[in-house]
Design a protein around this ligand. Structure first.
Ligand SMILES: [Zn+2]
Length: 298
């Protein structure tokens, strides 16, 4: 096994009816920017749950963060953060909203003139504006890690960023949100999480036996629950196992002490940047050929 450091400070609040715990997690004197995506949270009841948990706190909203969080949109949110003297960010959404929020957390405290430098120059974020998340779409694991991927349509770029300052302070995972997720997004989530494990597991043996068993247990759980989730997303037992598997697939634990690959993601990101294909679908396109081509070295 390779040497490693491991620290993950994100508090996970998992289970039924946990969104109301927002009121005890966000500091009372905070001025919050609530960030969300295309507005599905206003149709599935999550928005109301969030708002009623935050009645005692000053909240401004910024909706419309697209899938593959777009730099130009995020710069608009950054203006709101600066003009309104926001002190705390709350992402309510899936990986795109959470990644966009991580960019904003970093950009809000960034000294330079051009926040794109954080991505193009690979500047690590040691300290960001504090933020929490309410996860509405299990897939990316962003709710419990310190990485983000941001897209810039203007230059057709999709780049990663990260650093110890970008862990969410808390993430609320209520598996009941899964019942209102469209089938396409569920299939994407299952595929993304499964591929995250493969990128950290299908490398070469290094004697990290426990890491291999962790990885296999996540793959096995996803294989078991995937058909159940697609058939009936209100199946709480399947939904809760699916949600936790997605988080465990990319919260840093299984990558410790082992080599990782990420080639499927690197190629996939280019396909998304060029053609706008869903992230998980690019992985499904690339992974079979990648593993076939590299079969002997895996
Ligand atoms: Zn992914």
């Amino acid at each position: 096994m390779n040497n490693f450091d491991f620290k993950n400070p994100t508090k996970i609040i998992f289970g039924k009816d946990t969104i109301k715990q927002l009121q005890t997690e966000i500091p009372e004197n905070a001025k919050v920017l609530l960030l969300y995506g295309g507005g599905s949270i206003k149709k599935n009841g999550i928005y109301e749950q969030v708002k009623s948990a935050l009645t005692a706190i000053e909240v401004i909203e910024f909706g419309g963060i697209p899938a593959n969080p777009e730099y130009a949109t995020l710069l608009e949110a950054l203006k709101v953060i600066k003009n309104e003297n926001i002190t705390y960010l709350l992402a309510v959404g899936g990986g795109s909203v959470i990644d966009g929020t991580k960019f904003l957390s970093s950009a809000a405290l960034f000294d330079g003139d051009t926040p794109w430098d954080i991505l193009s120059k690979g500047i690590r974020t040691e300290k960001g504006m504090p933020f929490g998340t309410v996860l509405t779409l299990p897939a990316t694991g962003s709710e419990m890690n310190s990485g983000a991927v941001i897209t810039r349509a203007e230059t057709k770029e999709k780049l990663g960023m990260g650093g110890p300052g970008l862990f969410p302070q808390f993430s609320i995972l209520d598996p009941q949100v899964i019942k209102s997720i469209p089938k396409r997004q569920l299939a994407n989530g299952i595929t993304d999480a499964f591929t995250h494990v493969l990128e950290q597991y299908m490398t070469y043996p290094i004697g990290a036996l426990l890491q291999d068993r962790f990885a296999e247990s996540i793959l096995q759980t996803l294989i078991e629950v995937a058909p159940k989730i697609i058939a009936d997303p209100s199946d709480y037992k399947a939904a809760s196992n699916f949600m936790w598997s997605c988080t465990m697939a990319l919260n840093g634990l299984i990558q410790k002490g082992v080599p990782t690959d990420w080639a499927v993601h690197a190629i996939g990101h280019e396909l998304t940047a060029l053609f706008g294909i869903d992230h998980a679908r690019t992985l499904a396109i690339i992974a079979p050929s990648h593993y076939q081509y590299n079969f002997e070295t895996k």
